[in-house]
Design a protein around this ligand. Structure first.
Ligand SMILES: *Cc1c(COP(=O)(O)O)cnc(C)c1O
Length: 397
């Protein structure tokens, strides 16, 4: 471990750990001292096929030889192919590509506003989002994020967002149908503490929006591309959203974001209404397509679901006897362990044992294994966290 640099030329907007990772392969990373770690952060749900996956690396190497970037002024076959694949695997008709999650949500918010205008519903300018959500750090998406701590220091916020209580039936009655263009929500709130949405509540909200012709948009930036055990989290709910956004897991670590929508809404993006210089360039689209080819394989998803069950059962077993653990939540490989003490203590102790996990708020340990992790690695992880749980409980840390 190297020291945090006190003379860094970087801005101080991140609280970085004193750990410098220089290499990664599969479920493991190595630091600059040669120490090997089991990486159950996956670059925050990004490196879903593990680090430097051979198949994606091969496809990217080929593409690196031929062409890196052309603008969206021209036909881009790789982008076409990725859109085609995403559409064929989902309930959506069209795709737009950008470079990050926040940008994908910006596009979704713009689309909902434009859709309302196109319907001549000129008063419909608001987007409804939900308490504890996380949608990004840009102007629109920071305002869409209903968490005061994210807003601190940045008021006045971009107007046009209404926050309603997540998972609460009364939220439906509070939607102003005259003013609302769309709702945007996560099906498992990631950054907000790993809170899954209640299936009945989602269905009622979805039906309500459908009947009022309010766009129902799901932020699948963290939950999408296999993370929750199905290709998209919405498949586990009785809904067909009008649009979803993707980013984190789509490119195996290569930056890419996407907005997928049904034609009804997507048609509102006519030429000149939205765009991105880099979005869906040949390298990004190649990374996306290769990643998707692997994850969308039914055998891959089947195997994944078995491993997800294994992890949850292992954690439940620890929770049964450990007084500090108050809950095991989440879906698939997006798991939160709610603890009574500080989650940071668990992250630190695990790191000492060469296992990397993260937090989601003060009292939730967030566990995001690569989807490719082996059963043996899961057993190792469960073994390590069992020992640490006992140690923390005993010492009262
Ligand atoms: C990470 C995340 C974002 C923001 O993505 P960036 O690529 O950091 O802009 C938005 N929504 C959700 C649910 C996320 O997890």
């Amino acid at each position: 471990m190297s020291n945090t640099m006190t003379t860094s030329a970087l801005m101080k907007n991140y609280q970085r750990l004193p750990l410098t990772i220089v290499k990664g392969k599969g479920s493991y990373v190595w630091d600059d001292q040669g120490v090997k770690y089991l990486d159950y952060t996956s670059g925050i749900a990004t490196c879903s096929l593990g680090h430097v996956p051979d198949y994606v690396q091969g496809k990217l190497s080929e593409q690196l030889e031929n062409l890196w970037h052309v603008s969206n002024l021209y036909q881009i076959p790789q982008q076409e192919a990725l859109a085609e694949k995403l559409v064929s695997l989902s309930c959506f008709d069209q795709a737009f590509f950008c470079n990050s999650g926040a940008e994908a949500n910006e596009a979704a918010i713009k689309l909902a506003k434009k859709y309302a205008k196109d319907q001549q519903k000129l008063e419909r300018t608001e987007i409804v989002t939900f308490s504890n959500s996380f949608h990004g750090r840009t102007g629109y998406t920071m305002a869409a994020t209903a968490q005061p701590k994210i807003h601190k220091g940045f008021t006045p916020l971009t107007p046009g967002f209404t926050y309603l209580p997540f998972n609460q039936p009364e939220a439906l009655e509070q939607i102003d149908t005259d003013k609302t263009a769309g709702v945007l929500l996560e099906l498992v709130q990631g950054e907000g503490g790993v809170h899954p949405a209640d299936a009945e509540w989602i269905k009622a909200l979805y039906d309500y929006c459908k009947q009022a012709d309010i766009l129902f948009m799901v932020d699948e930036i963290q939950t999408g591309v296999g993370r929750t055990g199905t290709l998209f989290a919405y498949e586990q709910y009785d809904i067909e959203p009008d649009a979803i956004t993707l980013a984190k897991g789509l490119g195996s670590g290569f930056p890419i974001g996407a907005l997928l929508a049904k034609s009804k809404a997507a048609d509102s993006f006519s030429p000149g209404t939205h765009g991105s210089t880099f979005g869906g360039n040949p390298l990004a689209a190649t990374a996306g397509l290769a990643t998707l080819e692997k994850i969308a394989d039914p055998a891959f998803l089947q195997d994944l679901q078995e491993k997800c069950t294994l992890l949850v059962e292992g954690l439940m077993k620890i929770a049964e006897t450990n007084s500090l653990i108050t809950g095991v939540r989440g879906k698939g490989f997006l798991i939160g362990l709610e603890v009574e003490n500080k989650a940071g203590v668990w992250v630190e102790k695990l790191r000492e044992k060469q296992v990397l996990v993260l937090t989601a708020g003060e009292h939730v340990v967030r566990i995001l294994p690569p989807l490719t992790t082996e059963k043996e690695e899961l057993f190792t992880f469960i073994g390590v966290i069992t020992a640490i749980a006992a140690d923390i409980e005993e010492k009262g840390e």
